[in-house]
Design a protein around this ligand. Structure first.
Ligand SMILES: [Zn+2]
Ligand SMILES: [Zn+2]
Ligand SMILES: [Zn+2]
Length: 161
């Protein structure tokens, strides 16, 4: 009846530090990469042309600035660095996509990632609207300057007989 307790040789070498660093700053060079695709855009509000102004206070705690705009129901709530009201909102409603009025970045709680608001078509208009509200001018055009060749519809060649 030898109880095999086993030699408890616990060689757990946990390297903390680097992982923590990655969690906070992203894996590469301090820049957190924004996703160019997100599966959670179906619940976006259909009217993102009209959104609250950037310094709208948090709907729950009245925190005055740097809040987030829910892109599903357009409520304005404070960040995780204040009272986490936007995070709470996501947990209660699963509205996962929000726009930051502090730097106009778009965050998806479900993806747990930033989204590229200029590359994702559904987000582009609201990003632009928010930008105009905040800076009073249109965002700089990042894409190709469109010197678009006049693509006239192919003319019907008159069928002269
Ligand atoms: Zn709040
Ligand atoms: Zn919402
Ligand atoms: Zn997502």
């Amino acid at each position: 009846m030898a109880d095999q307790a086993g030699s408890s040789s616990s060689h757990l070498e946990i390297n903390l530090g680097e992982d923590d660093y990655d969690l906070i700053y992203g894996a590469e060079s301090g820049w957190v990469e924004a996703k160019t695709h997100c599966d959670h855009l179906a619940s976006l509000s259909s009217d993102l042309a009209h959104i609250p102004i950037p310094n709208t206070p948090c709907n729950r705690c009245q925190h005055p600035s740097e809040n987030w705009l829910c892109l599903s129901c357009k409520v304005v709530l404070c960040s995780r660095f204040v009272n986490k009201h936007m995070l709470e909102h996501y947990k209660q409603t699963t509205h996962s996509v929000a726009l930051s009025y502090s730097d106009l970045s778009v965050w998806c709680f479900a993806c747990d990632s930033y989204l590229d608001a200029q590359l994702i078509q559904q987000l582009r208009p609201v990003h632009e609207t928010a930008y105009i509200l905040k800076f009073d001018e249109a965002p700089p055009v990042r894409s190709v300057e469109s010197s678009r060749p006049e693509d006239k519809p192919a003319m019907d060649t008159p069928s002269s007989s």
